[in-house]
Design a binder for this molecule. Structure first.
Ligand code: URA
Length: 257
């Protein structure tokens, strides 16, 4: 989970470790509630050696969290890229302090969503986790809510479900070669709406699956990744840090161990 032997300013370390905003943690230090190597400190701009110095906050040893993990409800119209162009990026939705360089490094996007796709987007500085979740070899499940252009009869829905379970053959698209998807699961909600769970995250996978079946996706929202579900309280464009439980739901499963 990254190197711990770097020097970090005390206020940055505390803010990164979940003790509130920069101004919250500065008040905490001024109240003499923070000790470094047993000595109460008054200055928040001193540098701490994460590997060696013992920081205690209000009687409790500091648990250094080097990496940050955010869940965002991505709205349509934002690109999953750090470079702006014709459209704003998902980083434009974040506070400056959250998207800037962090203790664990640059914030990266876990599994990009298309410009018009909405829903669960994970952003983290933890590159190892990012790789484990997105590598097609690890077969991490991701579930999407899909609305199709053409409504289907029950018999057609059954055909689609069987085709998805068997693995749909997708033709090449843009720079990507054709591929046969690993089998997934379809759950029908209405005549033109379903939930699709897939295991690879190939380029435009959901849209290409339904195009290969002779239909078209007109609305797409990711609602789950591994065992982590999008928080329904997050409005489009909102984001927040994952709780420890949510981080476990995202990481600690057979799928990626
Ligand atoms: N599959 C797609 O086709 N688009 C996405 O944004 C995500 C999965």
């Amino acid at each position: 989970m990254g190197k711990n032997n770097e020097q970090v300013r005390l206020d940055r370390l505390l803010a990164n470790s979940g003790y509130g905003s920069r101004s919250d943690v500065r008040s905490l230090v001024r109240s003499r509630l923070v000790t470094v190597n047993g000595v109460p400190v008054e200055r928040f701009d001193i540098h701490i050696n994460i590997a060696e110095d013992k920081v205690v906050v209000d009687g409790r040893p500091l648990k250094v969290s080097v990496h940050v993990y955010y869940m965002m409800n991505k709205p349509s119209g934002y690109v999953c890229s750090s470079k702006g162009g014709a459209h704003p990026t998902v980083f434009d939705l974040m506070e400056d302090a959250d998207r800037g360089k962090r203790l664990g490094g640059e914030l990266g996007i876990v599994g990009r969503l298309d410009l018009d796709t909405e829903g669960l987007l994970i952003l983290t500085t933890d590159g190892n986790l990012n790789h484990r979740l997105t590598s097609p070899k690890h077969h991490v499940p991701r579930t999407y809510f899909v609305q199709l252009e053409n409504a289907l009869s029950e018999a057609e829905q059954k055909q689609y479900s069987e085709a998805v379970a068997a693995g749909v053959e997708m033709p090449p698209e843009d720079h990507e070669p054709g591929a046969v998807c690993r089998g997934g699961e379809l759950e029908w909600e209405g005549k033109d709406t379903c939930r699709l769970t897939i295991y690879e995250g190939l380029y435009h996978e959901v849209k290409r699956i339904f195009a290969a079946l002779g239909n078209r996706v007109i609305f797409l929202k990711r609602i789950r990744m591994n065992r982590l579900t999008l928080d329904p309280a997050l409005a489009p464009g909102e984001y927040r840090e994952l709780s420890e439980q949510e981080l476990s739901a995202l990481t600690l499963t057979n799928a990626i161990l």
